[in-house]
Ligand binder design. Structure first.
Ligand SMILES: Nc1ccn([C@@H]2O[C@H](COP(=O)(O)OP(=O)(O)OP(=O)(O)O)[C@@H](O)[C@H]2O)c(=O)n1
Ligand SMILES: C[C@](O)(CO)[C@H](O)COP(=O)(O)O
Length: 232
């Protein structure tokens, strides 16, 4: 079964607050995009590797030219799910409905190959899509009309990426979700809306998403740490 990967990379990084999109910020000597693509270089992907980029984004093209691998690029959309949909439309023309597609935020450069492999293996074994996730370790509060309550966190997980589903299943589910104007923040949201099962596969907590400026120091630590592990 062919395995494709999609890297949504068309965001502007407004919460990060830099004067360039956060995927092009340099951390530990490389851009975030380079780190993420390097993390995937020996991942079990035998299909297409698609980078979703913003219109007229030349930086993306320059970075991809540094890699031997031929990445396909497609244009992003207004929201992350539009960008993913554009990639799936491209994949539907070149892949098969029962191919696996893994979607991974370009803004998550610390992902571990072992976690990618663990997710994919579980999807293949169970013949069911799934996402990397980490258990919530903080007490979770709900604030509604200035009333604070505490949620039962024993069943709460934070979804990470990659998220891995069959191309046909994900494509149809995302199309339906968009048609219903649903608020989709990850691929699993669309699958759940279609009342299809999703596996939660525990991944390492250092697979963080670079979102706010204070995340950069932690990403730098993790990347340097992993770099040290690689050389051990
Ligand atoms: N229209 C969009 C929005 C986001 N993304 C990508 O989806 C991932 C997760 O999104 P997020 O962390 O929200 O990135 P941004 O949208 O850039 O950040 P912000 O919401 O702070 O602007 C990122 O790799 C981002 O590049 C995308 O491909 N297309
Ligand atoms: C897909 C995701 O990374 C899973 O946690 C998250 O939903 C992306 O959210 P964002 O607001 O688009 O960064």
């Amino acid at each position: 079964m062919t395995v494709h990967v999609v890297f949504p990379a068309a965001g502007v990084g407004s919460r990060f607050g830099a004067d360039i999109p956060k995927q092009y910020v340099s951390i530990a000597g490389k851009t975030v995009m380079e780190w993420t693509l390097l993390a995937w270089q020996d991942a079990p992907v035998d299909g297409l590797k698609i980078v979703v980029k913003a219109k007229e984004d030349e930086t993306c093209t320059q970075i991809l030219s540094k890699f031997d691998h031929a990445y396909q690029t497609v244009l992003g959309g207004h929201e992350r799910f539009h960008s993913v949909m554009n990639a799936l439309i491209y994949l539907r023309k070149h892949g098969k409905a029962d191919d696996w597609v893994m979607v991974h935020d370009i803004a998550r450069p610390c992902v571990r190959r072992d976690d990618i492999q663990k997710l994919l293996q579980s999807c293949k074994t169970e013949n069911q899509g799934g996402v990397l996730a980490k258990p919530i370790t903080d007490t979770v509060k709900r604030l509604q009309r200035s009333i604070v309550t505490t949620e039962d966190r024993s069943q709460l997980w934070a979804a990470l990426t990659p998220q891995c589903f069959r191309l046909g299943e994900l494509s149809s589910a995302l199309e339906q979700a968009i048609a219903q104007n649903a608020h989709i923040t990850d691929e699993a949201s669309a699958i759940e809306l279609a009342e299809l099962p999703v596996q939660l596969i525990e991944g390492h907590g250092d697979n963080i998403k670079l979102t706010r400026s204070e995340d950069a120091a932690l990403v730098q630590f993790y990347l340097s740490n992993q770099e040290r592990i690689k050389h051990v």
